[in-house]
Every structure is written in structure tokens, then in C-alpha cells.
Ligand binder design. Structure first.
Ligand code: BG6
Length: 509
């Protein structure tokens, strides 16, 4: 094995403290697509502690050797670049397997023994990060099992638990899960993950807003006309029908990913970059999202479901014809909404959001559109014909920021053209292949909760969408499917903005 001195530390010299990472659900999709590539990337960047072990916990029969081979093949497939063999072997040396079921008390006692062994063999000092990459119905039972085996107690080392999404399916279930976790763990041991917070451009929202002096003075209702958030995917449900048909686009994306984006765009400057200082401000924004009255749900929300069509160069069947979807399903695959934030900074500034599967292209962006100038002195150029200024933050796939403004078109007459001043991440910085989970795993090992959701934020998110879920449940949609795969959703999504004299930034035509 390599010694610590042979391996330079990355991450500004930060390296996580010695620990064992226990992955529950090690044979699942999340582990192979995201967690393993992320661990491998951390190993490549020398960010993992030398005294480190991974204990994969799953039901399938396997040995350490078998699991190392399988994980190796998955890393090679999903890490997105040529395999750095040394980095993988360094990690593979530390991987162990425990075959057991989540509902077997004896399994947790065996887990305790294996953790002792890892501490001796790898020097992990009884620090343990438990990662719940299981189906959500196991979150509670696994934490109970850990508690009964004394594994949540922090005598002798730290104990932290990463909880994946979905965190509940409504307010009541999220509260019940929070209560269950809190009966075994302290809030500072709970890391509720939202992988949007692992994306560089999402983290950059904080840096962009609070490390530049020029934007914050105009970042408010006096200058901002409205904000648009679009998260569009070309994919359909991709074999996740069992989960998705019970959830739908609203539950899947809005109270979690979209509200994280809104909170970072709309929050007040925190007093420091401490986890709770940042999360206090984020939480205030989510709590200030105006709850909708039932009649407002009808005018301020749009839902849709895709029909057969072509998206991202691929033919997609209608949602109802996808695997494990009810052929009469009334689950939405598209949602658009007009939200208000009830506070001094944002009163009367609409936040429009739009989320959909089977859209024409993959695009996640935030547009902050500014008010038009009050008066134009240029002859024959009515002010309404001018495009307003906008700041466009592109989260994926082309990470960057563009500022749109008007300039004089060259020539003898006074024509105005709209141009973009663009910053593109890839042009300025070397981008490492990343899944978005690297930073989050690393922070959890460091004990930094800034990019993880606190209980109150999760509950506030569900509280804000509950009126919509209630009205939608009471009124079955009658026109599903109502948009063809490969289009920007139902016409009603255009009408939502058109009624306010606005349009989506991305041209729908
Ligand atoms: C997940 C949702 O949380 O986020 C998926 O469950 C969605 O339905 C995914 O496809 C989108 O993530 P990303 O990183 O591809 O934008």
C-alpha cells in the first residue's frame, strides 16, 4: 500500500479524516453510476484519507474479490475517462463486502465486527460514514438497526449517516422520517443529500453573488423583473417506472432540486460560510414561498405528460407505454409553476419554474431577467422592442454564465442588437470528469454540512408544494398525454407566462 507521504493532498490541502464508508445498497444503480465513480475520482485527486476503507453491504452473495472485480468493471464503465489503474487499485485494496439483509439484527452485529476489523487493518479509527443508497422504505429500518447495534453512538469515533432522496413523498412522511432519524441520531450526524448541490455551477451561485460587488445591489425587486428556472431532460423514465409513476415530476424535482436552486438565487447574504449560517438563509427563502390557495393552483400551475415522439435524437414511446407504468397513469412528467416569495427583497417578482422529461434538449438554466429601461430616446426603436437585460446561469450541459445586453448595430442608422457576454467554465478551467457526488462525499467525510439539507428545509419544501399535490389529486387530469416527446411541454406552459406578458427564455418554436 502507498504511504501518506507518497500521495500529494489535493483539495487545497484538505484531506478527509480516517474513516470507513459503509454503503447500504451496494448492488444498486446509484452505487454503480454515481458513488463508485465519485470515490474513484476522489482517489485520483488524492482526496481520500490513507486510512480509509469501503464496506459494501448488500443482499447478494459475493466475496471481497468478487466485489472488487465488479466494482472495477463499473468504475471503468461509468467514470467517463480512461481508467487510472493506480488510483483504482489504491481504492480496490480498501474495499470489503458484507453480505446481509437490512432487516436482520444479526447483520448489524456482524457489521460492528467488520468495522472493528477495518479499524485495525486500515487504521480507520472507528469513524464511520453510513451511506443509505437503498430504496427509501429502508432508510428508517437501517438506522434503527444501526442504533440497536450501538453503531450510531459516537464513543470512540464519529458516526454520520447520508440519506438519499426521495426524502418522504409528502409533508407527513418527511416529518415521520425526520422523527425516526432523530430518535437515533443527532441532527449534526444526518446528511440529507441533494445532488444538485454537488454541481459546480450550483455552488458557484453563492460565489458569484457574494464575492462580486456589482450584482448584489441590483439583485432585488427594484431591478429584477422575474426569474425563470428550467430543468429539461431528453430522457424518459429510463426503467425507473416503479418509482416514478408513484412520484411524478413535481415530487421528483421541485421540493428538492428546484427549491435548492431558488434558495441560492433568492437568499440573503449569510453572516458567514458556516453550515448553519448558509442553511438558515436558504431555509428562510423556502419558508417564504407563497402557499397557493386551491384556485391559484388552477391558474399558476401546469402539469403535462408526454406522448410518443422523438427526443434527443431517440424515439420515445408514450409515457403510458413505458415499462412498469400504469397504461392509464395520470402521473405528470412535466410541471410548470409561477411562485412568489413573500419577503422584502422579492415581493411581486415572479419565479417561474419548468421541469420536464422528454424535452427537445437537455438544459438546466436559471435566468434572472431585469426590468426594461424606463424610457428610450432612440428614434424608431420603441422601448418594447428592446430585449431586456438578463443574466443566464447555465448549470448543464454547457456550464457558464452569460449577460445579455443591447448594443448599437454597426451602420449609419441607430439599430440596436442584443448580444451576450459569455463566460464558459470549460474555457477557463480544466474540468475534471465528475459525477457531482465527489464534493458531497468529501464534505460528509470532513463533517461539513453546508451542502446538505437540514430537516426544516426539507419540511418547508414539502409544505410549499402540498396545496398543489392536494388539488392535483382531487382533480384528475383529463387531457393526458398532452405533449409530444421532443417538445417543450403542453401549450398551457407558454400561456402561463404569456398571461403576464412574458415568455420562456428558450424559444419553444
Ligand atoms: C434525480 C431525479 O433526482 O435527478 C431524476 O430523480 C432526474 O428523475 C435527475 O433525472 C436529474 O439529475 P441531473 O443531474 O441529470 O440533472
Amino acid at each position: 500500500m502507498t504511504s501518506p507521504d507518497d500521495r500529494p493532498a489535493g483539495g487545497n490541502g484538505r484531506r478527509a479524516s480516517p474513516c470507513t464508508l459503509v454503503i447500504f445498497g451496494a448492488s444498486g444503480d446509484l452505487t454503480k453510476r454515481k458513488l463508485l465513480p465519485a470515490l474513484y475520482n476522489l482517489s485520483r485527486q488524492h482526496l481520500l484519507p490513507d486510512d480509509f476503507a469501503v464496506l459494501a453491504f448488500a443482499r447478494r452473495e459475493a466475496s471481497d474479490e468478487v466485489i472488487r472485480d465488479r466494482f472495477g468493471a463499473e468504475v471503468a464503465r461509468f467514470a467517463g475517462a480512461d481508467l487510472d489503474v493506480a488510483a483504482w487499485e489504491w481504492l480496490a485494496d480498501r474495499v470489503h463486502y458484507l453480505q446481509a439483509s437490512f432487516d436482520d439484527d444479526a447483520a448489524y452485529r456482524r457489521l460492528a465486527e467488520r468495522l472493528d476489523r477495518a479499524a485495525e487493518e486500515h487504521g480507520t479509527r472507528h469513524n464511520v460514514l453510513f451511506y443509505l443508497a437503498t430504496a427509501p422504505e429502508w432508510f428508517g429500518p437501517v438506522v434503527d438497526g444501526l442504533e440497536r447495534a450501538g453503531l450510531t453512538s459516537e464513543e470512540g469515533g464519529w458516526r454520520r449517516v447520508v440519506v438519499e432522496k426521495p426524502f418522504g413523498h409528502d409533508l407527513a412522511s418527511a416529518k415521520a422520517l425526520n422523527a425516526e432519524l432523530r430518535s437515533a441520531l443527532d441532527e449534526r450526524q444526518i446528511y440529507r443529500i441533494d445532488h444538485y448541490l454537488g454541481k459546480e455551477t450550483v455552488q458557484n451561485l453563492l460565489v458569484f453573488r457574494f464575492s462580486n460587488g456589482i450584482f448584489e445591489p441590483i439583485w432585488n425587486r427594484r431591478y429584477v423583473d422575474h426569474v425563470q428556472i428550467t430543468v429539461a431532460e431528453t430522457l424518459g423514465v429510463e426503467g425507473r417506472g416503479g418509482y416514478y409513476d408513484g412520484a411524478g415530476a413535481l415530487r421528483d424535482m421541485v421540493p428538492n432540486h428546484i427549491f435548492q436552486l431558488i434558495s441560492l438565487v433568492a437568499m440573503e447574504p449569510p453572516i458567514s460560510f458556516e453550515a448553519d449560517a448558509v442553511r438558515d438563509e436558504q431555509s428562510k427563502v423556502v419558508r417564504a414561498i407563497q402557499p397557493m390557495r386551491p384556485e391559484e393552483v388552477l391558474t399558476r400551475t401546469v402539469r403535462g405528460q408526454y406522448d410518443a415522439g422523438e427526443s434527443g435524437g431517440r424515439k420515445l414511446p408514450a409515457y403510458r407505454d413505458e415499462d412498469r407504468i400504469d397504461p392509464e397513469s395520470s402521473t405528470e412528467t412535466f410541471v410548470a409553476m409561477k411562485l412568489g416569495i413573500d419577503n422584502w427583497r422579492w415581493k411581486d417578482v415572479p419565479f417561474y419554474l419548468r421541469v420536464g422529461k422528454a424535452m427537445p434538449r437537455r438544459l438546466s438554466e436559471i435566468v434572472v431577467q431585469f426590468k426594461r429601461p424606463p424610457f428610450t430616446m432612440f428614434r424608431d426603436t420603441p422601448v418594447d422592442a428592446l430585449q431586456p437585460n438578463a443574466l443566464v446561469v447555465n448549470i448543464q450541459p454547457d456550464e457558464g454564465i452569460a449577460l445579455r445586453f443591447g448594443v448599437k448595430k454597426p451602420g449609419a442608422s441607430m439599430g440596436i442588437g442584443n448580444v451576450d457576454m459569455e463566460f464558459c467554465y470549460g474555457e477557463y478551467f480544466d474540468e475534471e470528469p465528475a459525477t457531482g457526488y465527489e464534493r458531497l462525499l468529501f464534505d460528509a467525510m470532513l463533517g461539513d454540512q453546508t451542502l446538505f439539507q437540514r430537516a426544516d428545509m426539507v419540511e418547508a419544501g414539502w409544505r410549499a408544494v402540498t396545496p398543489v399535490l392536494d388539488v392535483w389529486k382531487a382533480l384528475e387530469p383529463r387531457d393526458f398525454p398532452d405533449y409530444a416527446a421532443g417538445t417543450w411541454g403542453p401549450d398551457a406552459a407558454e400561456a402561463l407566462l404569456a398571461r403576464d406578458g412574458r415568455r420562456w427564455w428558450e424559444d419553444p418554436s
